[in-house]
Design a protein around this ligand. Structure first.
Ligand code: ZN
Length: 154
């Protein structure tokens, strides 16, 4: 699947099978929210982002209306990943059980924190929100964070 963000004129690609796998894990946690990290790499001109994998958090808190992952220990993991595969942490994903793929204010401020974090050099992190029911994915929306806004890919 290939998506485009018109404001920033950038592309994002993800394998349908990978998106399917992420959705299945999200559905398994229904009716609670669940999520994790997204892994990927950019094309040489930085215009295309390839999402290549995802990671589940080692610890998290998830209920019907909130999801909070703990990133403890992840820095080591991400630097090893970069050394071995030249892929890195590019953002976050989580589900909205029986909800829309619209981001919440909490989602926006979480992304702002990531973009301003000194631990990761990531000015435009990606957020994937999955709307899920008890047995299926309803919709998946990717956003790119840019200057205090979350802009959807279409
Ligand atoms: Zn959310």
């Amino acid at each position: 699947m290939r998506l485009y963000n018109k404001q920033r004129k950038v592309e994002l690609t993800i394998d349908n099978k990978l998106l399917e796998k992420i959705s299945q894990i999200g559905i398994q946690h229904f009716p609670n929210e669940f999520g994790g990290f997204l892994i990927g790499k950019y094309s040489d001109d930085f215009n295309t982002l390839f999402i290549t994998d995802f990671i589940l958090p080692e610890s998290y808190k998830g209920n019907r209306y909130n999801f909070e992952r703990n990133s403890e220990g992840m820095n080591t993991f991400f630097s090893t990943l970069f050394k071995n595969k030249k892929e890195y942490y590019i953002g976050e994903w989580h589900t909205h059980p029986n909800g829309s793929t619209q981001f919440s204010n909490t989602d926006l401020s979480a992304m702002a924190n990531i973009a301003s974090s000194s631990c990761v050099n990531l000015k435009n992190p990606i957020l994937l929100i999955l709307s899920v029911s008890s047995d299926k994915l309803n919709q998946a929306t990717f956003y790119i964070y840019d200057n205090r806004k979350l802009l959807p890919y279409e």
